[in-house]
Design a protein around this ligand. Structure first.
Ligand SMILES: [Zn+2]
Length: 482
């Protein structure tokens, strides 16, 4: 290898490690906070019980240790992959496979597709042990995992197949566009990426997401009526509401909306809804039993003389009180809280956050393709990765977008995370302007408790990683104006 190639290769590896050490430094700072903050901070005393706080702390510690180990191993694997010319290795194997299947001559498109398939298999296999450990050891230990082994295996296979069905035609098109597009191929590439984005945004919710999870329309009832009222008061073009069985995966809860123009849909995780989450079903069954008992008691009492009626009322009241207490311990949000959460979500829509993000993404892609257009014939880049006599489009594409752009991606990532936090505050303020401030606070606290979010963060760690502001910051921002 010549000096220029070496410089490029080691420069790329050097930057990857630099970024790794920066992230390691941040996560160590946060790890110390998990270790040392054993008492519930004063400002959270009324919000979190000691027990929940301790659970969240231990969960945080485990997640932090896991990501440290995963981060290190991933870096090690990537470095070895680059140094051993992993791309060249897979490129050559792909050629051997094609020859074995009787493909003669050089067909870059098919060659690239086989290469894409092999590298996807490779990266799926590499990430599999981490996924298994995270789901079945870590999440299991803290009571979040709801996946059976069968569900996990099927899910992974489906995800892989669907991924290939989307990826392989995209790879073929990219190679074709670059080779046939002339000087302005970057522009056609950009148009193509826009079409793919809109196609996936349209197709994903209706045809792809249902392959993985069960979506059922939210049944008629109070909650549905209230959501409809909220939507129409904001002129939100609500088309349908779904409950997704997120509880089959994990008990983490959420809500979101999607869809174009007049056909917007709202999706609620069953774990968000007090009346739907299976965790509460056991409790609900017990409550039904209680209620039945109560009824028979009531009948008995009514049979007795009028003097006893006073006592029966007291009994009834006591029963109601204990049921209410039980309710507070249940997971999931009340209708008012769900409405407040949706007020926040619709705030994202009203304030055009989704469109703004989409625009940023498209501008970013345009810039990346433009630079790729300038760099893709830069021979040193291919040589640095072991490609001496050929310069495959797909390899150039990977090197430029994945490695040469990594400093830029890091900076952009930081900018987008900050922007996202800002959007979150704005959406909270929007829900508050609709009069849901108090309910939103309650919902945020409840969701944080249900998901065992640890509420104390190192400021630097939080700034770098959090796309959503931590609980306390959000509560403070809402309460300040309440
Ligand atoms: Zn949000």
């Amino acid at each position: 290898m010549e000096v220029e190639e070496k410089t490029l290769l080691y420069g790329i590896i050097g930057f990857l490690w630099l970024e790794y050490f920066w992230e390691l430094y941040l996560s160590r700072r946060q790890h110390r906070i998990y270790e040392r903050t054993v008492e519930v901070p004063l400002e959270l005393k009324d919000i979190l019980s000691k027990e929940t706080f301790e659970k969240a702390r231990l969960y945080g510690l485990d997640k932090s240790s896991f990501s440290t180990l995963k981060g290190f191993l991933s870096m090690l694997i990537s470095t070895i992959f680059i140094l051993l010319f992993g791309f060249l290795y897979f490129w050559n194997i792909s050629r051997d496979i094609l020859i074995r299947f009787g493909f003669q001559g050089n067909n870059e498109i098919i060659h690239s597709m086989v290469f894409g398939l092999l590298t996807n298999i490779y990266s799926t296999l590499i990430s599999l042990p981490f996924g298994i450990y995270y789901t079945f050891v870590l999440e299991e230990k803290h009571g979040f995992n709801k996946q059976t082994v069968g569900f996990f295996v099927k899910d992974k296979i489906k995800a892989f197949l669907v991924g290939q069905l989307i990826m392989l035609p995209v790879i073929a098109a990219v190679v074709k566009i670059v080779r046939a597009g002339g000087d302005y191929f970057f522009f056609y590439l950009w148009l193509f990426s826009m079409i793919v984005t809109f196609f996936l945004l349209t197709v994903y919710p209706d045809y792809i997401a249902p392959l993985f999870d069960k979506y059922t329309p939210l049944p008629e009832g109070d909650l549905r009526t209230k959501i409809e009222e909220l939507a129409s008061s904001l002129q939100f073009p609500l088309y349908e509401m779904y409950v997704v069985e997120g509880s089959k995966r994990s008990v983490h809860s959420n809500a979101y909306f999607y869809g174009f123009y007049k056909k917007k849909r709202i999706v609620l995780f069953d774990t968000l809804l007090k009346d739907y989450t299976p965790i509460n079903k056991k409790d609900a069954a017990e409550k039904e039993e209680d209620k039945a008992k109560q009824e028979t008691q009531k009948e008995k009492v009514e049979l007795k003389d009028e003097e006893m009626e006073g006592k029966a009322n007291v009994d009834k009241k006591e029963n109601k009180d204990s049921a209410e207490k039980k309710n507070n311990e249940q997971k999931g949000c009340s209708d008012e809280e769900v409405i407040a959460v949706l007020g926040h979500e619709l705030g994202h829509w009203k304030l055009n956050h989704v469109i703004k993000n989409l625009c940023i993404m498209q501008i970013n892609l345009f810039l990346m393709f433009l630079v790729f257009g300038l760099l893709f014939q830069y021979k040193t880049m291919y040589r640095a990765f072991g490609f001496v006599d050929e310069e495959p489009v797909l390899i150039g594409f990977f090197i430029v977008l994945q490695f040469l752009f990594s400093p830029y991606n890091t900076v952009l990532g930081y900018f987008l995370t900050s922007l996202s936090r800002r959007f979150e505050f704005q959406a909270d303020a929007f829900a508050q302007s609709l009069g849901h401030g108090k309910a939103l606070c309650d919902a945020l606290i409840k969701l944080n408790t249900d998901n065992l979010g640890f509420p104390v963060y190192d400021p630097l760690f939080s700034k770098w990683h959090h796309s959503h502001p931590p609980l306390l910051q959000r509560l403070n921002a809402i309460q300040k104006t309440e």
